[in-house]
Design a protein around this ligand. Structure first.
Ligand SMILES: Cc1cc2nc3c(=O)[nH]c(=O)nc-3n(C[C@H](O)[C@H](O)[C@H](O)COP(=O)(O)OP(=O)(O)OC[C@H]3O[C@@H](n4cnc5c(N)ncnc54)[C@H](O)[C@@H]3O)c2cc1C
Length: 327
């Protein structure tokens, strides 16, 4: 009676999501195309003779005589199955998870993850396009911290260091209503005496050269000028004219430069939802629901989210693999 497993999808077709590349951890098909992943999954689906039913969102599930009864919205019909795996993806709104909450699953309210920071009142946005290979970003007054490449944009800041921070702090930044301050360490060096030594060496090497026209560390020229000006060092100042106070200000600017964030922007439409069906409601050895027998969960519908680099796909596929065993 239930011989053909089905995949029911509410969308008209599967979306082709691009994989995000990280230099050190590549999760990427040889073809460099996300459609190869879809092809691979579709090939397996056809090989296993699984029926795909499109445009059929499930709006309710009920236990009925040891079976699971699915209510399909578009066709206003009910179907019975012995086992069901829910892999309905992330829901940006909690209302989209009510049908699962009604089955006694605890729901962690969804909030967005993987976004960039808006800085509407910061002059640094005039330096849009400048990127740095390795900075440290912290959220002031919290333990949230990340490091890596950073990109200055016309609306604020982006790049892996920011996206990672937005993922780590998805919930707490939401609680702050995306209104907070960040501390930037432009030189990726938390030991101020090392930065001081480097500045003093630069001063010794270039005593009669203007600070503004000296290359320091890996800081791009326009950013360097911006930072020295922010430290109240004029463009005409020479290294041998810098007093201890100016050096200290510059060290602070390089290692603890503070910016106000007001709002967020989604990165190239890329987003992941943090929140969903709580892992407390699931037996993680089998991915079976603790409240409904033979009902399983996989993927982003669960309260699992990760940084970019293919980890969200990995989480979806791993949980899908475990759920698919129907243990
Ligand atoms: C633009 C974009 C880029 C991304 N890039 C990356 C990346 O590079 N690397 C990475 O790791 N992650 C990335 N992600 C996240 C990744 O796509 C998701 O984490 C992953 O697809 C989750 O897989 P899933 O099967 O759980 O859900 P989904 O892929 O969202 O699939 C859920 C499916 O269920 C259907 N559905 C929903 N509700 C119902 C219902 N009630 N009844 C029947 N069907 C239903 C939906 O229509 C959909 O087809 C990206 C996401 C986006 C939006």
């Amino acid at each position: 009676m239930y011989s053909t497993p089905k995949i029911l999808l509410s969308g008209s077709k599967n979306r082709g999501v691009p994989l995000y590349i990280q230099e050190d951890l590549r999760v990427f098909p040889k073809s460099n195309s996300s459609s190869s992943i879809i092809d691979c999954l579709e090939k397996e689906i056809y090989k296993l003779k699984i029926e795909i039913v499109l445009g059929s969102p499930i709006i309710a599930i009920k236990e009925k005589n040891e079976l699971l009864e699915l209510t399909i919205k578009s066709e206003q019909k009910k179907e019975l199955y012995s086992h069901v795996i829910i892999a309905s993806g992330g829901s940006p709104k909690i209302e989209g998870l009510h049908w699962l909450a009604r089955l006694n699953h605890e729901i962690t309210p969804p909030v967005p993850s993987l976004f960039t920071f808006n800085m509407p009142h910061e002059q640094i946005t005039k330096l849009m396009g400048i990127s740095l290979k390795n900075v440290i970003v912290k959220v002031e007054g919290t333990k949230l911290k990340s490091s890596g490449p950073l990109l200055i944009t016309h609306w604020g800041m982006s790049g892996p260091a920011i996206l990672k921070l937005s993922s780590l702090g998805a919930r707490s930044l939401n609680e702050l209503e995306y209104n907070f301050k960040i501390q930037l360490n432009w030189v990726n060096q938390t030991n101020n005496s090392i930065v001081e030594k480097a500045l003093k060496e630069c001063a010794l090497k270039n005593p009669n050269k203007k600070v503004s026209s000296t290359k320091f560390n890996y800081i791009p020229e326009r950013l360097w000028i911006y930072l020295i000006n922010k430290s109240e060092i004029s463009n005409s100042k020479k290294w041998n004219e810098l007093g201890k106070k100016s050096i200290n200000k510059l060290i602070n600017q390089l290692t603890n430069d503070i910016y106000s964030i007001k709002g967020k922007t989604t990165f190239k439409e890329e987003f992941v939802t943090c929140g969903g069906v709580s892992l407390e409601s699931i037996d993680l050895k089998t991915m079976q629901s603790k409240s409904i027998k033979n009902l399983y969960f996989a993927g982003e519908v669960l309260d699992i989210d990760a940084i970019t680099g293919g980890y969200n796909f990995q989480a979806a596929w791993t949980t899908g693999f475990i759920a698919g065993k129907l243990n």
